[in-house]
Unconditional design. Structure first.
Length: 71
């Protein structure tokens, strides 16, 4: 979750909506529908997020290599 979106969501109670929030991805309105206590994810639950993070890191490295080669 984007930090600015997370910050806006922290002050909400279930059923409340935020004012518009601007991030690098655009504008957002957050509505908190439910609040659950924090818990550690199992590896299987975290696997898709880990895979996305690794793919993003690989893309960023490839872009950095291309930019360096262009200079």
């Amino acid at each position: 979750m984007l930090p600015v979106v997370f910050a806006a969501a922290q002050g909400l109670r279930p059923g409340e909506s935020s004012a518009s929030v601007r991030s690098r991805l655009g504008f957002h309105i957050i509505r908190l529908t439910e609040s659950r206590p924090a818990r550690a994810l199992t590896f299987e639950e975290a696997r898709p997020e880990i895979a996305a993070l690794l793919a993003n890191l690989q893309r960023a490295a490839a872009i950095a290599t291309l930019v360096a080669a262009m200079r």
